[in-house]
Structures are given as structure tokens and as C-alpha cells.
Design a protein around this ligand. Sequence first.
Ligand SMILES: NC(=O)C1=CN([C@@H]2O[C@H](COP(=O)(O)OP(=O)(O)OC[C@H]3O[C@@H](n4cnc5c(N)ncnc54)[C@H](OP(=O)(O)O)[C@@H]3O)[C@@H](O)[C@H]2O)C=CC1
Ligand SMILES: CC[C@](O)(C(C)=O)C(=O)O
Ligand SMILES: [Mg+2]
Ligand SMILES: [Mg+2]
Length: 337
Amino acid sequence: MAVEMFYDDDADLSVIQGRKVAVIGYGSQGHAHSLSLRDSGVDVRIGLPEGSKSRPKVAEQGLEVGTPAEVAAWADVIMILAPDTVQRRLYAEEIAPNLTAGKALFFGHGLNIRYGLIEPPADVDVCMVAPKGPGHLVRRQFVDGKGVPALIAVEQDATGNAQALALSYAKGIGGTRAGVIKTTFKEETETDLFGEQAVLCGGASALVQTGFEVLTEAGYAPEVAYFECLHELKLIVDLMYEGGIARMRYSVSDTAEYGDYTRGPRVINPAVKEEMRKILAEIQNGDFARELIAEDDNGRPNFTKFREEGAAHPIEETGKKLRAMMSWVDRPITETA
Ligand SMILES: NC(=O)C1=CN([C@@H]2O[C@H](COP(=O)(O)OP(=O)(O)OC[C@H]3O[C@@H](n4cnc5c(N)ncnc54)[C@H](OP(=O)(O)O)[C@@H]3O)[C@@H](O)[C@H]2O)C=CC1
Ligand SMILES: CC[C@](O)(C(C)=O)C(=O)O
Ligand SMILES: [Mg+2]
Ligand SMILES: [Mg+2]
């Protein structure tokens, strides 16, 4: 079935401009949504706990901040952009008591609705606006006059206006400049988790680290291995982003293209594809979500260990040194643009 796509002309910014929007959380997505909505003429307030480390950054931007309960009580539209593992408690304690009939509850990712961790009342709209990109680039592209594609979904349409509201919000953060697809919470959640685990984050990180390890363990210089397996990956992916895999293959040498066809399928072989199918099944049957929530409830012992091990991988030390010599690469991540 053909997807429904929306661009700038299909969305009416005045819908979201006529609402009071609370953005809960000021991290990767939270800062991007709130600053871009503000720049699009929307009345925005940020919800953060009293002791949040992000409160000074919000103040620097001249945005109003309150506790999540305070801004949820003030708002017509409440966008939850706190970590997925925090959302069910945050919803129960601070948002649900202020979620009166006719308001809209928004998400940037569908996990808590898809797995039944949050069950909103029937008299509110429940929508999703999920950018298909990291928040810092959502903001950077908006500022540059571009946009990151987004998915929208409507789980509940209590007011009859939920889709127009979600589209209008997506326009306010630049999504309709690139294209917005209408989907469901189920499809967004399952494809997003699969993409980040198997391809974008898990697959790509493991591919880069393993390539770096194979070269350095064979005695090649870590600097050479870094440029080959990490730095150049961005340049190769830039060509795929601009013109598909075909454009990348057009630009690389025939030697590289032949190696691509003959060696690529040996790396990503049928066993890897089978493992990807298992990963997808764990997402579909809820095993991954249960594991994530249990890990968080137990104080994240494995998560912390994995994060420390990742930061200590030799590729990070090599990369830090090399990037410091390339001012155009070593760009700080900020919560401004
Ligand atoms: N990261 C991304 O690019 C993408 C994320 N998403 C989705 O967006 C949502 C947010 O993720 P992300 O932007 O990565 O989150 P981050 O971890 O970057 O930021 C979380 C923010 O929530 C705040 N926070 C933590 N606990 C609470 C609480 N109890 N009440 C209010 N605020 C709280 C944090 O405060 P403090 O600043 O004090 O730490 C921080 O500002 C998730 O649903 C995620 O799946 C979707 C698409 C892409
Ligand atoms: C790829 C990771 C992501 O899904 C994203 C930036 O889109 C996330 O959850 O951060
Ligand atoms: Mg994603
Ligand atoms: Mg995700």
C-alpha cells in the first residue's frame, strides 16, 4: 500500500501556533523541538525537574521552564521528550493528573504506547511526531533552512483534529520541508528499534569497531585504520544519502565496486540476516522492551558497563587525536544549534 506523504503545503502552521505547547525534556530531541517551534511562532514552555542540569541552557535561550506538572497543567499540547524508560513514571506522576479532556499528548517515539506502558484516557488526542534523525541534526538542519524527515501517527483522535495538529507540529520543526509519512505507533516503534539496533547504531558501530580491530591487530597503524573504517564511512554514506548506493558505486573505483559486490555479502552473510530477523522478532514480541525496562529498573548495571567499555575502545583515543586537527570535523554538540 502506498504511504501518505506530506510536505509544507499540506500542513497548516497556524494550528500549532494557536496552541500552548509543553515540551517535557530538553535533551537531544527536546531542545530541537522547542527551539524550532519557538522560531516557528509557537508558544512553548519546557518541563524539567527542579534539579535538572538543562535548566540553565533553557534559561540561556529565554524559554520559560517549569516542572513537568506545571507546564502540563498550562499546555494544550504536551510533547514527552524525556528518555523512554522515564516516561511511564513521569506520565503517571506529573502528566496524567493535568491531562484534561481535549488536550493532546504527543510522543517523539512510540515505545511507551506500543508496549502499553502508558495508557492515556479516551478523551485526549494521542499523536506522534518522530523525526528520522538525531535531535542535534534536527535543529541544525532547521536553522540551515533544511529539514529532517519525520513520521506522524495518531493513536487516538478525541477532538477530530489530531492529524492536522500533528502535521502542523511537524511543520514547526522542519519535518514537512523534507517529507512526513503517516504511520502507526506500532510501525514507527518496531522499525525505529530495528533500524537503530541492526543498522544505524548497533550494526554500524560493530562494523566500524570490528574493521578497526582487524586492521590494528594485523599490525597496521591505528590512524590509518581510523581514517579507513570510520572517517571515510561518513564520506561514503554522504554519497548514498545524496544519490543512493548507486551514486556511491559510481564515485568509487571499479576495484572498490568489485570488492563491494564480492566481499560485502561475505561480511553481511545469511547468518547475519538470520540474526537480524531474530532481533526484529524480539522487538515485535516485546522481549526487547521488557529487557530495557528491567535493566533501567535495576539501575542500568549492564548499560553502564557497555558505555564504559565503548568509551575505552582504542578507536576513540585515536579518533580524538585526529579530529582535533580537523576543525571542521571536531564540532561541539550544543543545545543551541
Ligand atoms: N535522541 C534522538 O535523536 C531521538 C530520540 N527520539 C525519542 O525522543 C525521546 C527523548 O529522547 P532523547 O532526546 O534522546 O532524550 P535525552 O536523553 O537526550 O534527553 C532527555 C531529557 O529529559 C530530561 N528528563 C529526564 N528525566 C526527566 C523527568 N523525570 N521529567 C522531565 N524531564 C526529564 C533530561 O533532563 P536533564 O537534561 O536534566 O538530563 C533531558 O533534558 C525518546 O522518546 C526517544 O526515543 C526520537 C527520535 C530520535
Ligand atoms: C537511530 C537512533 C534513533 O532512533 C534516532 C536518532 O532516530 C534514536 O532513538 O536516537
Ligand atoms: Mg530513530
Ligand atoms: Mg530510536
